[in-house]
Design a protein around this ligand. Structure first.
Ligand SMILES: Cc1ncc(COP(=O)(O)O)c(C=O)c1O
Length: 411
């Protein structure tokens, strides 16, 4: 018998993800699309050091056991709620975060949001309802969700300058508040600005408001640094600090594998919603249906590490950030960081390095963020790529104020 010849494999060109995912074709190769996505994400993981998502929290058990169902925490987290939900875990998360911030037990409220943006909107909504004529002050280093919230609320925003290291210019704030002292002030301070991880000083902000006899509300956008600074005792939501609300992202330091966050607002300040008959819940949150899986993921991240575990994660990440500054500077690429920060700021490298390492860039400045889970090996490979390029044109390094390391809001 003559053997059957092996057919030469025909070379079918690989479909792009957009073509493979086109819902108008039939049949759709679902496995190929999912393979494509996971392959791309796996390939990007080793060089993903520009954005602040921790990658060391193992959530496979929660995703495997809860990920296939709808967990809907619709309405207020305090409602007993019918249906399948994780409100008990959500309340535990809110209590833990409020506790590490020393938020007064008799004046606290909060919920698990879709992210830092929703937390900012919810807090500013509550503040604006109490002070409808208030001007909302925020710095040029504030996240873009702040001016967006100001627009959504139809409020009046006042842009305040920021120093080169990213911290608010308090003298400029004082001048702007003085001009508008007949109106209440809602001031947004950032604890961990997006580009340099600078922390605005809420004591100085309160000082400006007191000096001009202006009442209002102080909101802290602590998307990145809220948890680590609270664990250090450097961000406190106690009665002494005069803070009215704090928003934190859940997919940043706590590493949730889905966008989410925590909004904390003083109970005496927050919006009291109306009862909705058909859901039998009180409408106090920005979105109606809310992701119960996100609350479970945050709960699991906290339950499996505890305060000490999270302190250790922050400390390891800061040690790696210090190492990165040292190595980059030794390679002729002058880098700097705030002493509390995971973020390392450096002159923008040439395009191929920037693209490969997915750096966040703003003109001649870029940053990498040594989030928990980033390794020394990744940093060494990045520094080697940088060292192989021509040294940067020197850009002035900002002078860090002496109080920068401890100028967290609340102090
Ligand atoms: C300072 C700051 N605030 C708010 C946000 C928005 O957070 P989210 O992406 O969770 O909505 C970010 C995100 O990068 C941020 O850096």
């Amino acid at each position: 018998m003559t053997p059957t010849p092996t057919p030469t494999p025909t070379q079918t060109p690989a479909l792009s993800l957009a073509d493979a995912a086109d819902l108008n074709q039939a049949p759709i190769d679902v496995t190929a699309v999912l393979d494509h996505l996971t392959r791309e994400a796996d390939a990007a993981a080793a060089t993903s050091i520009g954005f602040p998502g921790a990658v060391d929290v193992d959530q496979t058990e929660v995703m495997a056991r809860l990920g296939g169902r709808l967990w809907n925490n619709i309405g207020d987290p305090q409602d007993p709620g019918a249906g399948t939900h994780t409100r008990a875990l959500e309340r535990a998360v809110i209590a833990w975060v409020a506790d590490i911030l020393a938020m007064p037990a008799d004046d606290r409220w909060g919920y698990v949001t879709t992210g830092g943006t929703e937390g900012n909107l919810s807090a500013l909504h509550a503040a604006h309802r109490r002070h409808p004529t208030a001007r909302i002050y925020y710095s040029t280093a504030a996240h873009y969700s702040i001016p967006k919230a100001v627009k959504i609320l139809g409020a009046r925003g006042v842009l305040i300058g920021a120093r080169p290291d990213g911290e608010m210019d308090y003298a400029h704030l004082a001048g702007q508040v003085r001009k508008r002292r007949r109106w209440p002030a809602i001031v947004v301070a950032t604890a961990g600005t997006t580009l340099t991880e600078a922390v605005d000083d809420s004591t100085r902000i309160q000082g400006v408001l007191n000096e001009h006899g202006v009442a209002g509300h102080l909101h802290i956008d602590a998307a990145l640094s809220g948890i680590p600074l609270a664990l250090d005792g450097r961000l406190r939501f106690d009665d002494a600090g005069g803070i009215g609300s704090i928003a934190i992202s859940g997919h940043k330091f706590l590493g949730a594998p889905t966008p989410c966050g925590v909004a904390l607002i003083r109970d005496s300040v927050r919006t009291h919603g109306s009862h909705v008959a058909y859901t039998d819940t009180v409408d106090t949150t920005i979105t109606g249906s809310r992701c119960g899986l996100a609350a479970a993921l945050l709960w699991h991240a906290i339950a499996t590490h505890g305060r000490e575990g999270h302190r250790w994660r922050a400390s390891e990440a800061r040690t790696l950030a210090a190492y990165t500054v040292y190595q980059l500077t030794a390679a002729g690429w002058p880098a700097w960081r705030h002493p509390h920060a995971f973020t390392v700021v450096l002159p923008t490298p040439p395009e191929p390095v920037r693209k490969k390492w997915l750096l966040a860039t703003d003109g001649d400045t870029s940053h990498i963020i040594c989030m928990p889970g980033i390794t020394r090996g990744q940093i060494d490979a990045f520094v080697a790529d940088i060292a192989a390029t021509a040294p940067p044109r020197p850009i002035p390094r900002p002078r860090l104020s002496p109080e920068s390391p401890t100028s967290a809001p609340g102090h």
